[in-house]
Design a binder for this molecule. Structure first.
Ligand SMILES: Cc1ncc(COP(=O)(O)O)c(C=O)c1O
Length: 424
């Protein structure tokens, strides 16, 4: 479908044809949902053996995990975090069930208490800003809004954030105190940051204002859908080599490995950052849920257990991703009506319509029984300046449901695009 080259008559003919197909789709009264970036019940069931795994034995190397204490988390579960994040265990802290909580707490501490003493608190600078690659993860943006941090954006590319732009913005504005990064299977574009991007991010602290921190949210570190995934370069090693170790704080969790609501969250940071965080954490908690931490240690105790477990997730998710990508390729592979990446892991596929159409497509799909994440959700303040990005989350519906939903999705994109061209 080449809209540029099409005559008015041709466009009108397409509009009538697509409208008829759309009305037929509406008549089916479907109820499908591509909004939820969470594991399906089938995936969650892969970890059901967590229940009862302790079998009455609450001891972890002599520690009674039922009791208070151990702010760092159990040493054995920190090893699991170290494996997921590919960092030394001494840099890892294991917390409760949510890495988002750890991120929120870390931003709070850095902003208002200081990671390295009160004088280092970002709020001393007056205005605090975060650099947000877009499209990105809406909950990162909500943390900033909640904390009174202004957000500035740089576009994502196929190799990660546009680093020329990122470096320029950071060098020119010392009030940019932090940057969000989802380096592997980014939410929502699915992109893995290239080696060059990782190296350049590790060096940002050299040109940034005092106290700058990269929030390296590696939520999809082990969530590969292919047998030979692209390796993510180590930001830990790159930051040590650059002498910027204090500028990177990493996060991960087992939310999309075991139970999304009852996993274990991790952070990895330099000794000095950990000291700052733990000082603040000591006012918030007497220690994390070590019973759940020990359950995870037992669940993944065998060598290779984590990798074997993730392959089971991949087997469930892969056909859903394949369905989305096949539909997009068949409908738009040879046209300008949409752009997307083909992620080899993670939870999302991100689709860009022609400018000005995302809201229309989401509304039209909704009126034909397919719920999509609201347009704009992947941008700070819910505002996509191009009105073109739509996040597709295919893990929860069945493959047949994804198929049916994608048929309607591509129909809505085509119809909205043709109507836009006719209106010009
Ligand atoms: C990039 C990213 N980070 C963090 C989370 C949430 O992690 P957690 O469940 O550990 O709080 C998600 C969930 O969708 C995510 O996509």
């Amino acid at each position: 479908m080449n809209l540029q080259a099409a005559s008015k008559d041709q466009l009108s003919a397409w509009e009538q044809e697509l409208s008829a197909a759309y009305r037929t789709a509406q008549g089916k009264k479907l109820n499908l949902d591509l909004t939820r970036g969470k594991p399906s019940a089938e995936q969650l069931s892969l970890a059901n053996a967590l229940d009862g795994i302790l079998n009455g034995d609450y001891s972890a190397n002599g520690v009674d995990v039922r009791n208070y204490g151990g702010l760092d988390g159990l040493p054995e579960v920190r090893k699991l975090g170290a494996e997921i994040m590919d960092v030394p265990v001494e840099n890892v802290l294991a917390g409760g069930n949510s890495s988002l909580t750890l991120m929120h707490q870390t931003v709070l501490v850095a902003a208002y208490f200081g990671l390295q003493g009160e004088a280092s608190a970002w709020h001393n600078k007056g205005t605090m800003k975060f650099l947000c690659p877009v499209p990105g993860y809406d909950r990162h943006f909500s943390v900033c809004e909640h904390m009174g941090i202004e957000m500035v954006t740089a576009p994502m590319t196929a190799t990660g954030p546009d680093m020329d732009q990122v470096e320029k913005m950071i060098a020119e504005d010392a009030n940019i105190v932090g940057m969000w990064c989802v380096p592997k299977y980014s939410n929502p574009t699915g992109v893995v940051y290239s080696d060059d991007t990782v190296q350049r991010i590790a060096k940002l602290a050299k040109i940034a204002g005092e106290g700058f921190r990269v929030f390296w949210d590696n939520a999809y570190a082990v969530h590969d859908l292919v047998d030979e995934p692209v390796a993510l370069a180590s930001i830990h090693e790159a930051s040590i080599a650059a002498g910027t170790e204090d500028s990177v704080i990493q996060f991960a969790s087992t939310s999309k490995i075991t139970f999304a609501g009852a996993g274990v969250a991790f952070m990895a940071a330099s000794e000095s950052n950990l000291k700052g965080i733990k000082h603040a954490l000591s006012f918030m908690t007497i220690g994390p849920d070590k019973v759940n931490q020990l359950r995870h240690v037992k669940f993944f105790s065998e060598n290779g257990a984590l990798q074997a477990h993730m392959k089971k997730h991949a087997a469930i998710i892969k056909p859903r991703f394949a369905s989305v990508l096949d539909h997009l390729q068949a409908a738009f592979g040879d046209s300008e009506l949409g752009k997307w990446e083909s992620p080899e892991g993670g939870y999302f596929i991100s689709f860009d319509t022609l400018p000005g159409l995302a809201k229309d497509v989401v509304r039209m799909a909704g009126e034909a029984g397919v719920k999509l994440t609201p347009a704009g959700a992947t941008f700070p303040y819910g505002k996509d300046p191009q009105d073109s990005n739509i996040r597709i989350a295919p893990t929860v519906p069945t493959v047949e449901q994804v198929d049916a939903a994608m048929e309607i999705f591509v129909l809505c994109v085509k119809l909205a695009s043709v109507r836009q061209a006719l209106a010009k």
